[in-house]
Design a protein around this ligand. Structure first.
Ligand code: GLU
Length: 448
């Protein structure tokens, strides 16, 4: 990839699914130099590895792999002390081939353009894998939402929408929550956009509060999708989930909900970590009780009956299932040799680097790639958008039934491509997604 894009790379943050004050930076150490891992570079490598197995015009590949539009804005925001502070923010629309651009907005101190471009690309491939009519986008704001008051967060959100309002809209680009943002931020987004249009436009954003046009089941959709994908993988590998052990890295929305749903299937979680630390119990941790403890104390630490361990131990735990549900670049060529699970279910986006992927493949780890594994969130975002457009709302059972259907068929579509091409699930997922995007690009033709 060009040097320009690697110049501004985001180095790897520490574990933990939610934004907190502490975030250590991780880099790959080489002999005399320290090279940060480019997340967008990782997506390019994944794309190239899949494209190499396909017979597609290279010019067409060049067209679909790079982001269509990257916008950078510097936002002045009035702070509670009466002063103003500048915040740098991004919106990247990677693809609008299959439908409006779709993807969340991340609020995190380590956000970079490199990261947002990577996340936007993954959204394109993710939407294509689950076959929903969206392209891919992502937004990011460099900030620590934990340090902002509700008023400051609201003004920052409104200014973000205001500065880029022309990009957004239910037929253009539809944001959603990501790390550090949630339903309240989406409500402010919807209100600001609607004020500009002079009428309510619920379909301009997904992941909204239920009373504002949100969908039942959206909040737990990503975790539910991780559970479904893991269950299908276990079936394929003939692993009995009622006898299985697991570890989860990150205990935010995705980590805690996937752990709870897998726990309900009988999986015994022996390791859990969040940004504050990690805990272990060989007998298995009571996940519903741990969720209540974290709601109260904001930490997995101090939970009765568990032992505190080093956060790194979670990734190296001797378990059947590992769910990295924090941030990118957690399993790298430095530590992939120590990963001992049978199934690695990517709850986070980009937790495994391409170099680590090769090591995991050699060691027989079955990786369920992010663009399949965590696609439940955007799938229910699609359902929310559909419900907003028809103005009629489905029951939670209906949403969950449709999500099941989408995730199961996506899992088997990917598995079939992987088996047919004697490759990994990641490359299979990319091959499937690239083929679907290329198909519409060919039908539409290139306007030039
Ligand atoms: N931020 C989520 C993701 O990475 C959801 C995006 C959406 O619903 O648009 O998949």
């Amino acid at each position: 990839m060009p040097k320009k894009q690697t110049a501004n790379v985001r180095t790897n943050p520490g574990a933990g699914g939610s934004t907190r004050k502490k975030h250590s930076r991780m880099v790959v150490q080489r002999k005399n130099t320290t090279i940060p891992i480019s997340v967008f570079g990782n997506v390019m490598k994944q794309f190239d590895a899949a494209a190499a197995k396909m017979h597609i015009d290279p010019h067409l590949l060049d067209f679909i792999k790079v982001p269509r539009r990257s916008t950078i804005v510097n936002l002045p925001v009035r702070m509670d002390d009466g002063g103003y502070r500048m915040f740098t923010a991004y919106r990247v629309q990677h693809s609008i081939a299959r439908g409006p651009a779709k993807g969340g907005i991340r609020f995190h101190p380590d956000v970079t353009l490199d990261e947002v471009q990577a996340l936007a690309s993954w959204m394109t491939w993710k939407c294509a894998v689950v076959n929903i009519p969206f392209g891919g986008a992502k937004g990011g704001i460099i900030c620590d939402p934990q340090e902002l008051s509700d008023g400051e967060l609201e003004r920052l959100t409104r200014r973000y929408v205001g500065d880029m309002v022309d990009l957004f809209g239910p037929d253009q680009d539809i944001p959603a929550p990501d790390v550090g943002s949630g339903p309240q931020v989406m409500a402010w987004f919807m209100d600001t956009y609607s004020m500009r249009e002079n009428h309510p436009v619920p379909g301009t954003v997904t992941g909204k509060p239920i009373n504002l046009g949100g969908s039942l089941g959206r909040n737990e959709a990503t975790g539910r999708g991780v559970m479904i994908a893991t269950r299908e993988a276990a079936r394929h590998l003939k692993l009995d989930l009622s006898q299985a052990t697991a570890a989860v890295q990150g205990f935010g929305n995705v980590g805690s909900i996937s752990a709870r749903l897998l726990h309900e299937l009988g999986v015994r979680f022996t390791y859990v970590s969040d940004v504050t630390g990690a805990v272990h119990s060989p007998e298995g941790i009571d996940i519903p009780k741990l969720i209540l403890h974290v709601e109260k104390t904001k930490s997995v630490l101090g939970f009765p009956g568990v032992r505190k361990v080093e956060p790194g131990e979670v990734l190296h735990a001797s378990v059947d299932i590992l769910v990295p549900a924090a941030l990118e670049n957690q399993v790298t060529q430095e530590n992939a040799h120590q990963v001992r699970c049978r199934i690695l279910a990517e709850g986070a986006n980009g937790p495994v680097t391409p170099e680590a992927d090769k090591i995991l493949k050699k060691n027989g780890v079955f990786v369920i790639p992010d663009i399949l594994c965590n696609a439940g969130g955007v799938t229910v975002s699609y359902f929310e958008w559909v419900q907003n457009r028809i103005g009629y709302f489905w029951s939670e059972d209906e949403v969950n039934r449709r999500l099941e259907e989408k995730m199961i068929s996506a899992f088997h579509d990917v598995l079939n491509v992987a088996i047919k091409n004697k490759t990994t699930m990641r490359i299979g997922a990319f091959m499937l997604a690239i083929a679907r995007v290329v198909d519409v690009v060919k039908l539409r033709g290139i306007y030039s």
